[in-house]
Design a protein around this ligand. Structure first.
Ligand code: TXA
Ligand code: MG
Length: 341
């Protein structure tokens, strides 16, 4: 039986302590972070970590992030950390950033997907941070969703898919940000963004770092390709419904396209709040990039509950936080994406 701890309105230390013990004992716990929910296990216990892969149906070569509660924990699990990496950690930890570092032997190969590196993140979410402290070990945690599905940003969306597969679920309400952390690796003294997130290119530039986007961020990568971030190879975030992502600065072009498809299909439009007036069947994503980021995974789950044949999703400009949104949406639409000039 899965235990359910409700902390939507207040944090209960005693219950987090109990959940921390479960982690320590090799059990699985679903917990909130500021990005998305995670499904966590003792990151130094191979058997416990293997159960995460089973619960999610996740490919074995896709490595997991180790979550820490204190910067001092980094030197227990990673080595050869250079000055740039230390500076990045000092500035951005705790927060929605994962840094890839050379791993120490103590990190099981099931965590690193047989790579010699490990992803490390220190969540700022109070429940997550306290849970790691009570567990007393780094927590290995991917996003809490069955592999391929949109990540969970509210417990209600994922409760059923993990019921009786984990020892406990902690409900911390909606996650603050809504997309997963920015994943980076420092290469040749430059930051390479492997997965875009809330911390953007401009945030790194602001502190004087050289930074570039990995070229696989918007590309279709196949299972046999060698990529820096194995997660990029897999179908992800995708609803069952057929989805088409459209970006245009001209609303009449989007309206015309929707009209064309509506001739022989039942079409649902997912668009910005201020565009909803143009469409009969629509779901609002919110207006600002922050709102869209916050809502997007929940909306991708909602569209599967409708009876439309085709979902047309309005894209955003690939700029700032828009890069993270478009990275998720392009993959949610299985690269079914057009730009209309
Ligand atoms: O915000 C987040 O990062 C959430 C919360 C729970 O912390 N976690 C998350 O984990 O999104 P996951 O497993 O769903 O995504 C981790 C991504 C994958 O794309 C994986 O391939 C990449 O990070 N990754 C992990 N370790 C890596 C490594 N050693 N080298 C390259 N990429 C790595
Ligand atoms: Mg994930």
């Amino acid at each position: 039986m899965t235990k359910y701890f409700d902390m939507k309105n207040e944090i209960k230390e005693e219950e987090i302590k109990e959940a921390g013990k479960m982690i320590k004992n090799g059990e699985l716990v679903i917990f909130p972070t500021e990005t998305v929910y995670g499904i966590g296990a003792n990151g130094l216990n191979s058997n416990a970590v293997r159960n995460i892969f089973i619960a999610k149906g996740r490919a074995q070569d896709n490595p997991l992030i180790l979550h820490i509660s204190d910067i001092d924990m980094i030197d227990d699990i990673a080595t050869d950390i250079n000055e740039i990496e230390r500076k990045i950690i000092d500035i951005f930890f705790p927060g929605p950033l994962t840094i890839i570092l050379k791993k120490k032997d103590i990190v099981p190969s099931v965590v690193s997907g047989e790579l010699d590196t490990v992803g490390i993140r220190m969540p700022s979410n109070k429940i997550a941070n306290t849970l790691i402290k009570f567990a007393g070990v780094p927590i290995a945690a991917p996003s809490a969703n069955i592999s391929g599905k949109p990540s969970g940003t509210t417990l209600n969306d994922i409760k059923e898919e993990f019921d009786n597969k984990v020892s406990c679920m902690i409900d911390g309400g909606d996650t603050l940000i809504g997309v997963e952390s920015t994943v980076i690796r420092v290469m040749d003294n430059k930051i390479r963004i492997l997965r875009p997130g809330k911390i953007t290119i401009d945030d790194f530039k602001f502190y004087g770092f050289e930074v570039e986007l990995d070229n696989n961020i918007f590309k279709e990568v196949s299972k046999n390709d060698r990529v820096l971030s194995p997660g990029m190879k897999y179908r992800h975030y995708a609803p069952q419904k057929e989805c088409l992502l459209v970006y245009s600065e001209d609303i009449t072009k989007l309206v015309n396209l929707v009209n064309k498809y509506e001739k022989d299909k039942k079409v649902l439009v997912v668009c910005k709040e201020n565009k909803t007036k143009y469409f009969k069947n629509r779901l609002s994503m919110g207006n600002t990039l922050e709102e869209i980021t916050h809502n997007i995974f929940h909306i991708l789950r909602e569209v599967d509950k409708t009876n439309f044949d085709l979902v047309i999703i309005e894209g955003v400009k690939k700029e700032g936080l828009g890069i993270a949104i478009m990275n998720r949406l392009i993959r949610a639409c299985s690269h079914n994406y057009i730009e209309i000039k």
